[in-house]
Design a protein around this ligand. Structure first.
Ligand code: HEC
Ligand code: HEC
Ligand code: HEC
Length: 404
């Protein structure tokens, strides 16, 4: 008995330590899962816009030419969320794009990127999502112009476009470069917006991070292209932009606002640096030839600028973004520029940064004046980004009406 007691104590003590360590691992798993959810910005797409939207309860509309797909409720509610899903079913959704009941998910859900998340990462995300408060909310039904059996068509899409191979680190590059590539290509799904798209959200060959227009915003070229690409940006410029939403080339105004607020501003400095390292290694894609702007359009544009814009943008103060070399202004697709003039803009709240002034909207400008002022800012102060036509202005205006 006297001999057995110490070993019993050792055993008990050991058990205690094991349980504590297990609880620790579990906590670590949840914290890691939360960080992965930040990297993958699950909250942006799975939260209904507006104040009534509850985080992760779904109902966010994703628009495309074939209709609108609403994101689902991924809180642990057993009726309307994924509370009854097993870890295996969750992994199958991320890896294969198949829901618990076996239906094919639309690639508006970026499983084509998440497919390369290792099983352990999927389990950590699952563990984290189990800790969210269950919310009973059913998102609106999808509005698709295709036949309703399109989900079956997704089998063909997956067969054509879904590459389920795991992420392979490239030993020819540094650890930071590999981490950056993983962040961009897997959880960050940056290509979801920045890669040119072909049929139904599939990536266009040769279009990797070369820029694409999504929901009326132009997500720019992230290769080393000049002038509208990241050619002129240093790695530090990229890190500052991802952390604060602004740098010497301008401020974030469009779809990237959510990404910065929910994801990149909350990443570790090391992860932002890794992304910058990777992006700076991408060779420059080809930039289109830029024609000289139309002189008449420039003259009209100057008048509109003096009347409507110069009170803020001509003043040489740090309160207003400079439009010289501004990356929103000089992109090859003027969608974001036109949208900012029509809708106005306001800064995002990022921890540790001041919220700047807002820009008013100019919806009453005619398409001709809108195009002219856009042409003027794209071709003044050394900017050289080509014409914007009244037709382009009109189509952005029409698109905005459809989105709102
Ligand atoms: C770009 C927007 C977007 C992002 C980012 C996104 N999702 Fe989704 N997700 C969707 C949409 C849209 C659906 C619904 C697809 C459908 O109905 O076919 C969906 C469906 C799902 C489903 C299937 C649920 C069900 O009930 O069928 C799961 C699980 C899921 N997402 C988890 C995640 C996780 C975890 C993340 C972050 C790592 C994430 N999503 C990020 C848009 C997104
Ligand atoms: C009352 C002041 C004011 C007026 C007038 C104004 N702006 Fe702005 N503009 C701003 C502010 C402030 C921002 C930054 C908003 C933010 O932080 O997102 C801005 C942002 C912009 C941006 C985006 C720049 C970037 O880096 O994100 C463009 C482009 C722009 N303005 C063009 C114009 C044009 C063209 C006009 C005239 C049609 C105009 N602005 C009139 C204050 C103004
Ligand atoms: C939801 C779509 C979306 C996703 C996802 C997205 N971006 Fe963006 N990004 C945009 C848009 C749109 C812009 C244009 C600027 C804006 O919105 O103000 C942009 C701008 C940028 C810019 C500035 C480029 C320039 O020339 O001005 C960088 C850098 C960038 N994104 C990096 C990333 C990285 C890295 C990721 C992945 C971690 C990412 N983006 C994911 C939509 C997206």
């Amino acid at each position: 008995m006297s001999k057995a007691l110490p070993s019993l104590l050792v055993l008990l003590f050991g058990l205690l330590i094991c349980t504590a360590a297990n609880a620790g691992n579990k906590q670590d798993g949840i914290a890691y899962g939360r960080y992965l959810a930040t990297l993958g910005d699950c909250a942006i797409c799975h939260t209904r816009p507006g104040s009534s939207g509850q985080t992760f309860a779904g109902g966010y509309p994703l628009h495309a030419y074939f209709g609108t797909v609403y994101s689902t409720n991924i809180t642990p509610d057993r009726v309307t969320g994924i509370g009854s899903w097993t870890k295996d079913q969750f992994y199958r959704a991320l890896h294969d794009g198949i829901a618990a009941d076996g239906h094919r998910l639309y690639p508006a859900f970026p499983y084509a990127y998440f497919t390369a998340l290792p099983r352990a990462d999927s389990d950590a995300l699952y563990a984290y999502l189990r800790t969210i408060k269950p919310v009973r909310y059913r998102p609106p039904p999808n509005k698709l112009i295709f036949p309703t059996n399109i989900r079956l068509g997704m089998t063909i899409w997956d067969w054509l476009f879904l590459d389920k191979s795991p992420f392979h680190a490239d030993p020819a590059h540094s650890a930071a470069w590999n981490r950056g590539k993983w962040l961009v290509d897997v959880p960050g799904h940056c290509g979801g917006c920045h890669t040119a798209k072909a049929f139904f959200f599939s990536d266009k060959p040769g279009g990797y991070l070369r820029g694409e227009t999504v929901d009326g915003w132009y997500a720019p070229d992230l290769t080393g292209a000049q002038p509208n690409g990241l050619g002129p940006w240093t790695a530090a410029d990229i890190e500052t932009y991802l952390k604060t939403g602004s740098n010497r080339f301008g401020r974030v105004v469009g779809a990237m606002k959510d990404v910065v607020r929910e994801s990149t501003s909350r990443m570790s400095d090391a992860d932002r640096a890794a992304i910058a390292t990777y992006l700076k290694s991408l060779p420059a894609g080809r930039s289109p030839q830029i024609a000289k702007p139309d002189a008449k359009s420039m003259a009209t544009g100057r008048t509109v600028f003096v009347e409507r814009c110069s009170v803020c943008h001509a003043a040489d103060t740090a309160d207003y973004p400079a439009l010289k070399n501004n990356s929103v202004v000089v992109q090859r697709d003027p969608a974001t520029l036109l949208r900012v003039i029509l809708q106005g803009a306001s800064s995002i709240a990022v921890p540790g940064e001041n919220v700047g002034y807002s820009m008013p909207a100019f919806p009453t400008l005619s398409n001709a004046d809108l195009a002219a002022v856009a042409t003027f800012v794209r071709n003044s102060w050394g900017n050289s980004a080509g014409d914007v036509t009244p037709k382009q202005a009109g189509s952005v205006r029409t698109q905005l009406r459809a989105l709102n």
